[in-house]
Every structure is written in structure tokens, then in C-alpha cells.
Unconditional design. Structure first.
Ligand code: HEM
Length: 435
């Protein structure tokens, strides 16, 4: 998309040098500094999300809620906007149209969303908790003797992957491709399009296998759902679930662990009574939501929204991170707010996250398992030295180096008499999408 010439469009509220870039290392290093500058421009500000793509970003909490609920003024269908975006733009794997819940409205959305909701409802919380604990113990056993490790590469990134791929029936040899595909999408990396296509290839093979021979996994249930999704629709919903689920899970676990390990009063270690997993998760959802800027919407017609003129078809993103942190916590809230009912980390309105409960349960279980087994964990570098992954959409530590007292042995979670030895598919036995 060619950027408009400065001064020729009433939509440009700030000079080009004020059009902050939300990609690259500067934004990743200081997102909240960027949000402060953007807020000074009003409830919406023009930003650049890729070298050749601009968007309006909502940073005001009330404007964000209004937009996310206003289906009369805004559509989720990006096709009119997308026509002006280079086909190889690295943001298209995230924002480009596909026949999924995320890019549809009204009845079409209700059909896809119903199939997704019913499928996710088959996940049994106690089976999910046991499966997350089992995977967590295996992963911890992989590095606990070393006395050091990277909690992103060796834990937070791997754990949701193992749980998702088992739940959907992905072949073990394809799991790395799922990780690569979802990560490259969110990084808006140069190879994002190829990585997304590869992810779709993995899921296409999976759907073909389960169409021919259903099993007891979420893919088979989705295919049998009364919404009667065709193969492409099924592939796209599963790809959406994996990409919406995997990377944000990694980042919620990683950011919450970082919060616990860098909590001011405790000198970068869990010793001495750090904040609890619950407090850390809650704090991250308020201050650094894993999906920082998303909620893509497009005005159905030229309009004025919270005093800002918008053009039909223009890309409007919601900064969940900026909206959540608009007013600083009051002194009584100290560094941690309680309750999670009002933050926008899961969005709101018809496209709010359908997986809030299982996502919270996975994150809490993952953190509790790690911190109860490696109880003197501490950061191996100063928090300021951490590197954050680039990309406009997420808040994602690239690594989380830690050290701890090495452990000699851990219980083998695969042992037949282990208390949590479970079926690895955490879904209701005998459940069907119909009941
Ligand atoms: C920490 C974890 C997670 C966070 C913070 C999160 C947050 C969000 C947010 C903000 C949205 C709205 C996105 C938009 O409108 O552009 C969303 C949508 C969605 N999420 Fe999550 N999510 C998480 C985990 C998951 C998981 C584990 C799954 C699946 C198992 C999932 C599946 C989805 C789906 C399918 C949508 C699209 C819903 C629709 O358009 O109707 N998410 N999520």
C-alpha cells in the first residue's frame, strides 16, 4: 500500500515522523513508551505496522470497548482493505482474509464460532490439568539436571505445543512445523507467508486423515459438528485455533514467569515469597497482554468515531495493551491488580476469545508445576537485558535465561503408576459435538 502523501488526507492527524512504527526493535524494547506517545494524539492514532502498511490504533479504553461491540459500524471482513496491501506483506498471514470466525460477521460468524465453541467445550478441565502437568514434568526433566535453561525455548514454547497437537491429533513429526508457522506469523517475519502456508499444509493433511478415519481428538469432533464444515473451512478453523492459541499461551506463561522472577521486592528470584502465579498471570493480562494489538476492524462506511474521521474499509486495530494501561493503577492496587473481569486481554464483544478458561488453566498449571519443582529459580540476566520478539501484534520475550539448583531425579510422569498418567487427549470420553 502506498502511504498517503502528507497533508493530503484528513485522516492523517500527525506528521509522518509521528507515525510510530509498531514493528522492529524500538517498539519491542519499549511498547509502553510508544503507547504513551500515541495516547497524546487522542483515542485513535495512526501507526505503521509494516514498512508499507498503516493502521489506526485505538488506545482509549472506552473507544476500544465501543468498537469491539459495534457490529453495525464495523466489519471484521478485511477484503476491501486487503486489496491495497502487497500480496507478500508479512502482516497478511495474521490479517489477511480466510473463511474463519475471526474474519466474519453475523450468521457466518455464528456458524464458525458455534463449531469452535462446541469443540473446545469437549476439553475436560481435570484432564487438561493432568495433561499439562504431565507434559510440564517431562519438559522440566529435560533440563533440570543442568541447573540452567531458557524457559521460553525449553518450556513456555514447547508446553502448549505438546498439549495442542495431542488434542488435535497432529502427527508428532509435524509439531515443529506448527511451532514455526505460528511463531513466524506473529513475528511478521519475512518468511511469514511461507510459514503460514506450511502450517496450513500440516492441518490439511490432518483433516484429510481424520475425514478418512475419525479418532478421539478435537479435529474429528470438529469435522462431525452439525455445522457441516467442508474440508477447507475445517482446515481454516483449526489453523485459526492453533495460531490464536499457541503463541499467546507461550507469551502468557513466559511473561508471567518473568513477572515472578523480576518482581522488585525479591531480587530476581523465587526465594523469599514472590508474587503468586495467579497474581503474576493477572498482572500480565492487565499490563502486557499476550495479544497486545489486534482486534482488526474495518468501517463499513465513512464515519466519525470518538471524534476521529475514518474511511470505509480502513484498517482499525485495538491496542488491548494501551487500553488496559490507560490509567495507572491506584496506590492501593500497588503493582498488582486483582480480578480480571475488566481488562481487555481476551477482547470483548462477539469475537472475544472463546478459550479463556482452558487458557488460564494451562498457564496456571504450567507455572505452578515449574515453580514448585525448581523453587530457587532466578533470572540469569538483568530484566533490562532481555530481548523481545519484534512484531506489532504481540508482547513476547525471545528468551528467559534462568539458573537454579540442579535436580538429580524427577518422578517419571510416563510411569504406569504415576498419579497423573492419563490419556494424552484431554477431552471428554465418548463426548460428541452434539452433547
Ligand atoms: C493466553 C492465551 C490467549 C489470549 C491472551 C487470547 C486472546 C484472544 C483475543 C484478544 C482474541 C480476539 C482477537 C481479535 O479479535 O483479533 C482472541 C480470539 C480468539 N482466540 Fe484467543 N487467546 C488466548 C488463547 C487462546 C487459545 C488457547 C485458543 C484455542 C484453543 C484461542 C482461540 C481463539 C479463537 C478461535 C479466537 C477467534 C474468535 C472469534 O473471532 O470469534 N485463544 N483470543
Amino acid at each position: 500500500m502506498t502511504p498517503p502523501v502528507p497533508g493530503t488526507s484528513p485522516l492523517i492527524a500527525a506528521p509522518p515522523d509521528e507515525r510510530l512504527a509498531l514493528y522492529g526493535p524500538d517498539f519491542a524494547a519499549d511498547p509502553h513508551g510508544h503507547y504513551r506517545r500515541l495516547r497524546s494524539q487522542g483515542p485513535l492514532a495512526r501507526v505503521r505496522i509494516a514498512p508499507d502498511v498503516d493502521a489506526m490504533l485505538v488506545t482509549d479504553y472506552h473507544a476500544a470497548v465501543d468498537l469491539l461491540r459495534d457490529t453495525d459500524t464495523f466489519t471484521k471482513d478485511p477484503r476491501a482493505w486487503q486489496a491495497g496491501v502487497p500480496a507478500d506483506s508479512p502482516i497478511l498471514p495474521v490479517l489477511g482474509h480466510r473463511p474463519t470466525a475471526l474474519f466474519s460477521d453475523g450468521d457466518v460468524h455464528a456458524r464458525y464460532r458455534g463449531a469452535i465453541n462446541d469443540t473446545l467445550a469437549l476439553i475436560e478441565p481435570h484432564l487438561l490439568r493432568a495433561e499439562v502437568a504431565r507434559v510440564a514434568q517431562r519438559l522440566i526433566a529435560g533440563f533440570s539436571a543442568a541447573g540452567s535453561g531458557d524457559l521460553i525455548a525449553q518450556y513456555a514454547r514447547r508446553l502448549p505445543l505438546h498439549v495442542f497437537t495431542a488434542a488435535f491429533g497432529v502427527a508428532p513429526q509435524d509439531t515443529e512445523r506448527v511451532v514455526r508457522g505460528t511463531a513466524a506469523m506473529m513475528d511478521s517475519a519475512a518468511d511469514a507467508t511461507a510459514a503460514y502456508d506450511d502450517l496450513v499444509g500440516v492441518v490439511t493433511g490432518l483433516v484429510a486423515r481424520r475425514r478418512a478415519a475419525p479418532g478421539r481428538d478435537l479435529t474429528s469432533y470438529l469435522l462431525a459438528h452439525p455445522a457441516h464444515l467442508d474440508d477447507d473451512e475445517a482446515v481454516r478453523q483449526i489453523t485459526l485455533i492453533m495460531s490464536s492459541g499457541h503463541d499467546p499461551m507461550t507469551n502468557l506463561i513466559g511473561n508471567a514467569l518473568l513477572r515472578m522472577l523480576s518482581d522488585g521486592g525479591y531480587g530476581g528470584s523465587l526465594h523469599g515469597g514472590a508474587i503468586t502465579a495467579q497474581e503474576a498471570v493477572n498482572d500480565v493480562l492487565w499490563r502486557d497482554p499476550p495479544l497486545a494489538n489486534m482486534g482488526a476492524h474495518f468501517p463499513r462506511h465513512d464515519t466519525e468515531f470518538h471524534g476521529v474521521p475514518l474511511r470505509a474499509g480502513q484498517l482499525v486495530l485495538v491496542s488491548f495493551a494501551a487500553a488496559n494501561t490507560q490509567s495507572p493503577p491506584s496506590p492501593s492496587e500497588s503493582t498488582v491488580r486483582s480480578g480480571d473481569s475488566a481488562h481487555l486481554a481476551w477482547s470483548t464483544g462477539p469475537h472475544r476469545c472463546p478459550a479463556r478458561q482452558p487458557a488460564l488453566l494451562m498457564a496456571m498449571t504450567a507455572i505452578e508445576q515449574l515453580t514448585s519443582q525448581l523453587c530457587d529459580l532466578e533470572l540469569a540476566v538483568a530484566p533490562e537485558a532481555l530481548i523481545w520478539r519484534p512484531g506489532p501484534f504481540h508482547r513476547a520475550p525471545a528468551h528467559l535465561p534462568v539458573r537454579f539448583t540442579p535436580l538429580d531425579t524427577l518422578p517419571d510422569p510416563e510411569a504406569p503408576d504415576a498419579p497423573d498418567a492419563v490419556d494424552h487427549v484431554p477431552i471428554r470420553v465418548g463426548g460428541t459435538p452434539n452433547g
